[in-house]
Design a protein around this ligand. Sequence first.
Ligand code: G4P
Length: 194
Amino acid sequence: MEELKQKISQEGKVLSESVLKVDSFLNHQIDPVLMQKIGEEFATRFTKAGITKVLTLESSGIAPAVMTALQLGVTTVIARKRKSLTLIDDLYSAEVHSFTKQETSEISISKDYITSKDNVLIIDDFLANGQAALGLMDIVKQSGAKVAGIGIVIEKGFQPGGNQLRERGIQVESLAIIESLNGGKVKFKEEVSI
Ligand code: G4P
């Protein structure tokens, strides 16, 4: 998605060879106009998939997930990472280990919001090692619903998550794939049109 790549080039800050800071429009401050376009793009890519729910993980996945759900005319379910006062029983849960942050969190959703009849699109802001996506897929599996695909705003193509998910036959749509962050520069993977 050209507009997203331009935004990353203009405002992204390379913090190391593996970490890109995009706080100005995605992780801290949100650009709602860009988010709306991101939602439209995901909705277009999954338009024929018969999506009934969009599932994301708090917190940075929420904005793109809500915009996508709006375009698809469905609701968004947010998997919680922290224990919630009201999210207390009848939960589907999974463990997610972050290699980037070196921490493990338990993610949960209420059984009320995804059922075996659902066809779920998973949306997240970053894809690195794929642990968050796998945890969300685990939750969908527990509910008996189907994973229709995964939409990612920024995939770090030099980390293994994206390819591992695609090798499992999952439709993974990433709006910008970063090939490398070496030398303080963002290099995007060229899109191959088929
Ligand atoms: P994985 O799920 O693909 O295995 O990713 P990983 O554990 O490496 O990432 C854990 C957290 O770090 C996620 O945020 C993810 O979005 C974020 N992250 C990973 N790589 C980058 C990066 O290069 N830049 C930025 N900005 N974030 C990155 P989180 O803990 O879920 O935080 P949030 O959603 O509350 O913002």
